[in-house]
Design a protein around this ligand. Sequence first.
Ligand code: ARG
Length: 485
Amino acid sequence: MLRARFSVPLDQAALELSESTEEDLALLLADLWGSRAHARMLGETGLIPLRSAQRIDRELARLEVAAARQVVRLDPVLEDVHMNVETLLGKRIGKDAARLHTGRSRNDQVATDLVVWLREALLDLEGAALDVADALIASARAPHGQGSVPGWTHLQPAQRVRWAQILGTHALRFVRDANRLCRIRETLQECPLGSGALAGSSLPLDRERTAHLLGFQRPSLSSMDSVADRDAMVETLGALALLAVHESGLAEELVLGSMPEIQRVRLADAFVTSSSLMPHKRNPDLAELLRGEAGPAIGRLTAHLALLKGLPLAYNRDLQIGKPLLFDGVDRALRSLRVLAPMVATAEFHVPPPLATADASTESVEIVDGLVLQGVPFREAHSRVGSLVARLARDGRSLRDLSPSRWRKEFPELPHSFRLPTAQEAPDRRTTAGGSGRESIVALLREIDRRSRELRRGARTERRRLIACHELLERPIRRNLRRRR
Ligand code: ARG
């Protein structure tokens, strides 16, 4: 390919290292959209004959249909998606195809393809993250959301909280993830096309026109930046690494909760596996895989950053290695989220029987707070309850086992009306804003729901805008010499 300058073909092993057709298939539709916009602009400005532009566009539109049906194969000998499209076009329409690359380089082409591709990938990711958030909210609002379980710090029983708060808190993280992805998408407003290899073009290209046809607000500011900039790819991998970390935290709670020793989660049969050896097993393999995905997700971010480190301006071939990192990152994230959402939706969240050990006395703070309200200094109250728990622990008992007389003897300051809240009552005692009380939980779920719906509305509008933009290509191509700059 493109070897008029040389007398020998590219070495076979060199070709195998450098060709990117397997990953480039992901860019095919974006590449075709970019090429159609470019050809139209060339025809309108008179840089190529109108007939050539029309012929090129007609054939590219056919290729788009075939690409959407996933029947286009890329030939590795042609190195990348860009040369494949140009070659396919040449086979179908002959010499007109040779005019398509006027004023363009594969460097601005791949940069354009990547942002066009990424916009839609981000929309898919946002939706998938919100599906998980919505599944969590639905479970939080279901009857099992009312169940009160020991909340953990250091994985030790700490204070009673409702499932609704645990699930709602995980949902909050996924809504933040969707928001982060949306903010990245909103930065993709500038079109790299027309930047050429690095320095723009001496041909009178109309960059505003191609930017508009591709759904961007304006052409990019520096041709050198356009061909070298991979910031949005790295930001996406960063957002996906954090998303995967959130998934892994939730997955771990599902794995732990499924242990018969803990008994607080029951995953649906569709999301567990058995053992090839032990027929009784009910393994949370899928949750474990979701936990594990965070490793490579973090790796892809660091791999991409390392790839960029020290690269001089402008285009360098190293950049090509970033593409599969991005494509895999998005693909693995979508697959994971599409498992996590139904896994959460079908899981049961239980209240395990209380543990009769002093270390699990999640009521200790209630007594401390009761004493503080009677004027006992906090540190004194804390230490009295602590030493009582230690004494009970020696006899294998817990705070709940105290008789009323022992109770009065230990804490004479507490009013007669004082009694330990039941497990079900305890979360509602904490009425601070954002705490475990009922009102805060209702507010939490309502706010997550609102944010989720707002993000979905924005994503729907953007999808419609992109479709409308692509439909501009259905209009006949006309000469418009005013477009010539
Ligand atoms: N396949 C290349 C990439 O993905 C496209 C640009 C190649 N440019 C070049 N001058 N070799 O980055």
